[in-house]
Design a protein around this ligand. Structure first.
Ligand code: ADP
Ligand code: MG
Length: 693
């Protein structure tokens, strides 16, 4: 396996160099682990009437009956009418139109390979591969491999890679050493490594391919989980934390006298999880997930009270000034009966007040500090900071979090709160080193927000009538416009046009406007107008996305909703539905929207559940795109497993890895020798890889 690929039959030094440079493939093992990115199912021919959305790459046999040239300019396309003798499907070409009309004969038997695509309700093949039909065509699954432009220019295409991999596979035998312990192979009935490698490249049928994929995906995820869990264990045991031993006066007084409502069961459960964590000997690093409006602030406050009861200070950081102020007002008003000093520190705190606060933090008379980034400036020092709460984690970088560490001899407990739901399987991997608590229940009495998707061209007036009716009931309305950086000017124009339009429709009402280009003070003033109900309508860009709480606002209109991602739409919608009134979200789009957009909007109108939306988002976009969840955080490279699609295997790998480490934390038992060896190999390979890349 460790042999240089140069010596494989058909390779030679020149080609080997191409593989080295272009794909970082050096050894036979590297080559064998260069898995196909897809397979063409050549095991059979499909009929056109069988085509549906579940198929990937298929082959159809038939004849072209005619060509048609449609559209003009960039939109020009050639349509080939292709029939299997029963039905007809379009072959669509945007490029190489002249070539196609010359290369393909009418009424000649061809095989068309491709992935059927659905457009406006009908299937077609866009730029399919077309080859002559031959009786002896080889059946089975044909693997396709990634190559680069440079490789292709030297005639090393997918076919050539396939041949070389075939050669590489000749060098291994069924006695190939295993990379998973026998107990795991038995438990999950996995095929051997040898069988898996043969069948991942040249499966003779679908079940064998699936077995090979299962084994190899599991293995990758298993070693990632082992690595993460061991690291988490090391982290947990290496930092001593502050012990919050007792639940004291402030916590009880708050619970009995100040808490304005009964906690939900989820809030109680999460508080218990946190309490069990901070009373132990180790520092807490916890991610608190809860959908918008699930009541994270109260949980944070009660954690801070635990710190105060044990003689420590607490601090909460918010991503924006508006949010910091809201936290301050909420918390201050809830504990004003208790002898606790709360201070707000932001960029606009005056110098004199600032100095005063610094002093109070140092001598311990200030118990809770609430603020923006300002709280982590070097001039801010605490007497004994016990816990830090970070609201909306993705706006705080790792470096900023690390700064907190320097404020103490020991790191404080850290609670990171996020309303961006992260699917469990992803959290397990990307945040594998954080403990996770989830508030999965909304406070009672919340009515689900009614969401509708409308087309702007026909429903604009109906929407205005609806807004008028809601406003006449005394409610407030948000109207949000997208902001995309490349065309900021146009966006701003959209926004100001929208603002003027709304003013013209509702001349008797006050309309506020907020956007990212305003100065913080202006933004704040406009927000405050709306919060204090001095204005009835807020026209804004996504700056309002995070956190603002205006329970009287009952309608969220999102203009150009096609330009927002699912997570963002959900966050925006979360601005309404915070009071007792029925709330509404209206997604406005033009008629020209893609299938994917349609899916996004359908999900939004179907459910209010943030986790369901996050799962769907993950399916639609893949994990690399999710905010703050780069795959680069993984201990090892993934070759075959996909965090978005293989949630089931992530779960399985996690369970298996935890069980093994629970029984054998140091991996000392002979049965786990393979694991230790494999971890070492993987670490070495990863190092080599990062040097190369
Ligand atoms: P988020 O999790 O989005 O930060 P908040 O903490 O801002 O949510 O809470 C949203 C609203 O719900 C606030 O007005 C808060 O007072 C209220 N709330 C929180 N917990 C409860 C509860 N257990 N019962 C009733 N209302 C609650
Ligand atoms: Mg919040």
């Amino acid at each position: 396996m460790d042999a240089d690929i140069m010596y494989l039959p058909g390779m030679g030094p020149k080609r080997a160099q191409l593989f080295n440079k272009e794909l970082s493939i050096f050894t036979v093992k590297d080559l064998i682990f260069h898995f196909p990115y897809k397979y063409i199912d050549r095991s059979r021919f499909y009929y056109i009437h069988e085509i549906d959305t579940t198929l990937t790459y298929i082959q159809v046999r038939g004849k072209i009956t005619g060509f048609q040239l449609l559209g003009e300019g960039r939109n020009q396309r050639l349509i080939g009418k292709f029939t299997d003798g029963r039905n007809v499907i379009d072959l669509v070409f945007f490029k190489g139109i002249k070539y196609c009309t010359q290369a393909y004969q009418l009424h000649t038997e061809y095989i068309v390979f491709g992935k059927p695509s659905l457009f406006n309700g009908t299937f077609s093949f866009v730029h399919p591969d077309i080859g002559p039909y031959k009786e002896e065509v080889k059946m089975g699954f044909q693997p396709l491999y990634h190559t680069t432009e440079k490789m292709k220019s030297k005639f090393v295409n997918s076919k050539a890679v396939q041949k070389l991999i075939y050669q590489a596979l000749q060098t291994i035998t069924p006695s190939l050493p295993e990379s998973l312990p026998t107990s795991i192979l038995h438990k999950y009935r996995f095929i051997s490594l040898y069988e898996a490698l043969i069948n991942i490249h040249f499966p003779s049928n679908m079940p064998l391919l699936e077995q090979a994929q299962a084994r190899l995906k599991f293995e990758e995820l298993f070693y990632i989980q082992i690595a993460i869990l061991r690291q988490a264990h090391a982290l947990k045991t290496s930092f001593k934390g502050f012990q919050f031993n007792h639940i004291g006066e402030m916590f009880h007084a708050y619970y009995e006298k100040c808490l304005p409502f009964e906690l939900t069961n989820a809030q109680k459960r999460v508080l218990k999880e946190i309490r069990n964590n901070v009373r132990g000997a180790h520092q807490m690093n916890r991610l608190l997930q809860g959908d918008v409006g699930s009541g994270k602030t109260i949980v944070a406050l009660m954690c801070m009270l635990m710190a105060i009861d044990n003689g420590y200070q607490a601090c909460i950081m918010a991503p924006t000034e508006i949010l910091a102020r809201q936290h301050f007002e909420t918390i201050e008003s809830q504990i004003n009966k208790l002898p606790i000093q709360v201070k707000l520190l932001t960029g606009s705190t005056k110098k004199k007040d600032r100095e005063h606060i610094h002093e109070g933090l140092l001598n311990g008379s200030v118990h809770i500090l609430i603020g923006t980034h300002a709280v982590i400036e070097d001039t801010v020092n605490f007497k004994n900071l016990g816990i830090v709460v970070i609201d909306e984690q993705h706006r705080f970088g790792v470096a900023q979090r690390a700064k907190l560490w320097n404020k103490n001899t020991r790191p404080p407990h850290v609670l990171v709160m996020t309303a961006t739901p992260i699917p469990r399987t992803l959290a397990m991997t990307v945040y594998g080193d954080l403990e996770v608590s989830v508030i999965d229940e909304l406070p009672p009495g919340r009515k689900p927000i009614v969401t509708n998707h409308i087309f702007e061209d026909t429903k604009r007036e109906a929407l205005n009538r609806f807004l008028k009716q809601q406003l006449s009931l005394g409610r407030q309305v948000y109207i949000v416009y997208p902001l995309i950086e490349e065309s900021e000017k146009m966006d701003l124009k959209n926004l100001t046009d929208g603002y003027q339009y709304i003013q013209s429709i509702f001349p008797d009402l006050q309309v506020s406007m907020v956007h990212g280009k305003m100065k913080p003070a202006e933004k704040d003033a406009a927000m405050q107008e709306f919060v204090q109900h001095k204005s009835q309508i807020m026209v804004a860009t996504t700056v309002i996305e995070v956190g603002v709480n205006v329970p009287n606002a009952s309608v969220m209109v999102i203009e150009n909703a096609e330009r927002f991602g699912l997570a963002q739409l959900h966050q925006l919608r979360g601005r309404v539905g915070r009071g007792a009134d029925q709330s509404y979200c209206v997604l406005v789009t033009s008629r020209k929207i893609s299938n994917e957009t349609r899916k996004r909007l359908e999900i939004m109108t179907r459910t209010n559940d943030g986790f369901e939306i996050a799962e769907a988002d993950l399916q639609l976009r893949g994990p690399g795109d999710l905010e703050g969840t780069q795959q680069s955080g993984l201990p090892f490279q993934l070759h075959i497993a996909n965090l978005a699609k293989d949630g089931h295997f992530v779960q399985l790998a996690r369970e298996c890895a935890s069980e093994i480490l629970e029984n054998d934390p140091q991996l000392k038992s002979p049965a786990n020798e393979i694991i230790v060896k494999e971890l070492k190999t993987k670490k070495r390979e990863q190092q080599n890889w990062s040097i190369i890349s």
